[in-house]
Design a protein around this ligand. Structure first.
Ligand SMILES: Nc1nc2c(ncn2[C@@H]2O[C@H](COP(=O)(O)OP(=O)(O)OP(=O)(O)O)[C@@H](O)[C@H]2O)c(=O)[nH]1
Ligand SMILES: [Mg+2]
Ligand SMILES: [Zn+2]
Length: 346
């Protein structure tokens, strides 16, 4: 307990807030039970979670192929289903003006990330592809891209790298060189990199082909244009986009919750809130080693099994960098990520 003594007024306020919370929780439980007992619920239907709002979710009915067949409905959750996220496959029932999710199918995979307080939370489930969006503005951070790539390897979800805002290329040679370098680097490793722009006709032709019949999540720094891309791909939707800050040229965290949209060509797209940093503090050194697929190829041949790939003799990784077979920048990124791991396991 804190040494500071609470005044009577503070104690009264805290008690009041707690009581309100309990009241809300029991009201919610009562509503759910009432719905279940009323006997007025319709048939069980297969659905997918479109978005999560506190204790409620939006669910869309889907066919056998997982394609939406109706408008989304707001639903309550059965008590044991409190951890549902966007993309979860569920069973739900509706009445005329309400609905309830009664079961959840086992997840194929789940994407987790730290919330604003650093607590690891599931963000989306049952995903085929992580679309990592970077852009020529806000200034790209290759190390952040490397962090995302580690996260995709750890989650076992294939990535697609998108470089957005290529319309800005015409304005700057620096941008042109940067784009060529980054594209080449990641393509050599084996990743697919596509260019995109929402400001020119045909700017999404290549990207749109990669989305057909897949469940994709768009992730990336705030302001890179995730929502703009989704809006351009789905002109019938109404999606909020935000301007970059005038001076800093950073995004303004416009999207606040992960939301799933059906893709007309088959499949679905989840737009997600941007993040400044993709903390990997909760993962292990082994995860990072596994996540750098280019370094992994050489590290098996190091003389020492616990080689850190810094100055050890017989290190196949630093040797590969010297011979130009591996990117120096990627190895630096690898070391910087390991340096940030907590728990002394780096
Ligand atoms: N020049 C240019 N600007 C773009 C392009 N796509 C998006 N923008 C601009 O980038 C800014 C941010 O776009 P958003 O779509 O809100 O970015 P976001 O990634 O969804 O950001 P958060 O929701 O905050 O994570 C807006 O001012 C867009 O107009 C593009 O292809 N070219
Ligand atoms: Mg957005
Ligand atoms: Zn080594």
């Amino acid at each position: 307990m804190s040494k500071r003594k609470l005044t009577r007024q503070q104690a009264w306020r805290i008690e009041k807030i707690q009581k309100e919370r309990l009241d809300r929780a029991s009201r919610h439980k009562a509503q759910v039970e009432e719905l279940l007992e009323a006997g007025s619920l319709g048939q069980e239907q297969a659905g997918r979670i479109v978005a999560r709002f506190g204790k409620q979710v939006e669910v869309v009915a889907v066919d056998e192929l997982g394609q939406p067949i109706a408008e989304p409905v707001r639903c309550h959750l059965r008590a044991n289903l409190s951890t549902l996220v966007t993309g979860d496959q569920v069973v739900f029932q509706t009445t005329d003006d309400a609905g309830i999710v009664t079961a959840c199918e086992p997840r194929r995979n789940v994407l987790e990330r730290p919330d604003s307080r650093g607590v690891i939370k599931a963000m989306a489930a049952n995903i085929d592809q992580l679309v990592i969006v970077t852009a020529l503005e806000p200034a790209p951070q290759p190390e952040l891209l490397d962090r995302y790539l580690v996260a995709t390897e750890v989650a076992g979800i294939p990535p697609l790298i998108v470089i957005n805002k290529v319309d800005l290329l015409r304005e700057s040679e620096v941008n042109r060189n940067f784009l060529a370098a980054i594209k080449n680097l990641y393509e050599v490793i084996g990743y697919t990199v596509v260019e995109a722009t929402t400001k020119e006709t045909g700017g999404l032709d290549e990207l749109s082909k990669h989305l057909i019949d897949k469940s994709s999540v768009f992730i990336g720094q705030s302001g890179v244009g995730k929502s703009s891309l989704v809006q351009a791909l789905l002109p019938d939707e109404q999606i909020r986009v935000g301007h970059l800050h005038q001076q800093t040229r950073l995004g303004r965290h416009t999207t606040s919750t992960a939301r799933l949209y059906p893709y007309a060509e088959g499949g679905s797209i989840i737009d997600s809130p941007g993040i400044r940093d993709f903390g990997l503090e909760q993962i292990s050194r082994t995860d990072v080693e596994h996540g750098f697929i280019d370094i992994r190829e050489f590290s098996d041949h190091c003389r020492f099994r616990d080689c850190r790939h810094r100055q050890e003799p017989g290190c196949a990784v630093t040797d590969a960098v010297q011979k130009g077979k591996l990117s120096k920048r990627r190895l630096e990124s690898f070391h910087r990520i390991l340096d940030t791991l907590t728990g002394g396991n780096a």
